[in-house]
Ligand binder design. Structure first.
Ligand SMILES: Cc1cc2nc3c(=O)[nH]c(=O)nc-3n(C[C@H](O)[C@H](O)[C@H](O)COP(=O)(O)O)c2cc1C
Ligand code: SF4
Length: 440
């Protein structure tokens, strides 16, 4: 069958065997100091074996001060290169490409860890974030210059590790969004105010990476199509409009990016990312560590603790559903971006059903899709689609239990209904990531 999903996708510096990308899915697999673990290698290998064309790593901090939580593998030093080379070699055995997501949390650091106990998070602003209220400070020009270089160094390390490219995490409220979004950036200097000024930091990073690694290394940018910054905080400004992001995407292309990866939502998690349910019972079980790590935002995690307050959160989480479907949540906005740029465009958010994936690619919404939760549920989703089925037998329900568990427990599918209600079977499946053990 001549299935568009399985046609190779060619970027300026990279060809991927199909149109299916594993979107970033962070899990606390690694050592506290940011060195990598065998569990991460096993984790990535599962998706490569399942037939995905390319894997975009999870959030990989370029510096410890920009880490979301401890136990994330970093790319902040040359001593991390051998680990990343090993992960790359593992997935390459399956003709799967490997792209590192270079990231900095800015003020959105969920659990700062002991290294960051005495410092405020770096951001575009002095205003703490609304969710858990970690303290932050607006970066000086010198700090901006330093972080631009951290990103360039991260890209060089990815290249030296033999990987296939890098992605800048400029979505979901992390440091780049804190500069780009009019809902967050309140600077008065050349990095704030006008759209051009707010985009300056991201464009400087793209240019610095090009200077460091040249023009022949794949560089893509994950970017929002829309912020809806007021989804969880109705009293906040909305943030960037789709038109503003469209303009930023054009500048990103001109600055030297090879592709765009379109998402939505000005913080993480956010009703638009990952779209779907929000299991408040599990949030209460697992978000404790983050509640104690914060100071107190408008919406501290402790809201989950009091059952009487939960309906407020449920209402905030669900009220944008009428405008944004769970499946293909940002597809319409992505189509506008694709029409206006000439580099390939990926879209993320609610892709699982082969019919929808075929539609968005063949009708010009995007060139490929990046998938996270449906691949956690079924690591072999590409193979299932290739066999001609539109959905796996036990599809992902978009319940977001994986998301809420990931802050405390091994990342995996925690929807017990997918395991016929058998809790032990679910835990056995989740724990498979720890096998094969290298030293067993
Ligand atoms: C547990 C979990 C962790 C995630 N971690 C990241 C991340 O580190 N970086 C990122 O850009 N997106 C992250 N995301 C968002 C996904 O990459 C993806 O864009 C989003 O979940 C929508 O795709 P989906 O509907 O296929 O899950 C994460 C999502 C989940 C569920
Ligand atoms: S817990 Fe499982 S079913 Fe629920 S969203 Fe995550 S992967 Fe999908």
């Amino acid at each position: 069958m001549d299935d568009i999903i399985f046609k190779p996708l060619t970027f300026r510096n990279l060809t991927v065997k199909n149109r299916l990308f594993r979107s970033s899915i962070s899990g606390r697999w690694d050592n506290y100091d940011g060195s990598g673990s065998q569990a991460r290698i096993n984790w990535e290998e599962k998706f490569a074996r399942g037939g995905i064309g390319a894997i975009i790593t999870s959030f990989v901090p370029v510096h410890v001060r920009g880490r979301i939580m401890p136990n994330y593998a970093m790319i902040d030093h040359n001593d991390k290169i051998p680990f990343w080379r090993k992960v790359g070699e593992t997935v390459h055995q399956y003709d799967c490409k490997f792209i590192v997501q270079l990231s900095h949390s800015g003020r959105q650091r969920d659990v700062p860890g002991v290294e960051n106990l005495m410092n405020k998070a770096l951001s575009s602003t002095n205003r703490k974030d609304g969710f858990h209220g970690l303290l932050c400070q607006a970066m000086t020009r010198e700090e901006i210059r330093q972080i631009v270089q951290y990103f360039a160094d991260g890209a060089r390390r990815a290249r030296e590790a033999g990987l296939d490219g890098v992605e800048l995490h400029a979505s979901h409220g992390y440091l780049f969004t804190q500069f780009l979004s009019s809902g967050i950036n309140d600077r008065k200097d050349e990095y704030g105010g006008s759209l051009e000024n707010r985009a300056r930091f991201l464009l400087e990073v793209i240019k610095a990476i090009r200077r460091e690694v040249g023009d022949d290394f794949h560089l893509q940018v994950k970017i929002n199509a829309i912020d809806v910054n007021n989804a969880l905080y109705p009293w906040e400004k909305k943030g960037n409009t789709p038109e503003e992001y469209l303009q930023i995407c054009k500048w990103v292309e001109q600055a030297g990016a090879d592709a765009l990866h379109v998402s939505a939502g000005s913080l993480f998690p956010h009703p638009l990312v990952p779209p779907g349910g929000f299991p408040l019972d599990e949030a209460n079980w697992w978000y404790g560590g983050m509640a104690s790590a914060g100071v107190r935002g408008y919406l501290n995690y402790t809201i989950f603790h009091f059952k009487t307050l939960r309906p407020i959160f449920r209402w905030l989480w669900n009220r944008t559903k009428k405008d944004f479907p769970v499946e293909g949540v940002s597809a319409e906005y992505c189509r506008e971006i694709k029409k206006n740029v000439s580099i390939p465009v990926l879209n993320t958010g609610g892709y699982q059903d082969g019919r929808l994936i075929r539609k968005v690619i063949s009708e010009g919404y995007c060139d490929g899709v990046a998938i996270a939760r449906p691949l956690i549920a079924n690591n072999d989703l590409p193979k299932v689609l290739q066999e001609g089925k539109d959905l796996p037998d036990k599809p992902c329900t978009f319940c977001n239990r994986c998301l809420v568990n990931a802050v405390a427990n091994p990342l995996g599918c925690y929807d017990v209904s997918r395991y016929g209600g058998d809790h032990e079977a679910m835990i056995r499946e989740v724990m498979t990531v720890f096998r094969p053990q290298p030293f067993a």
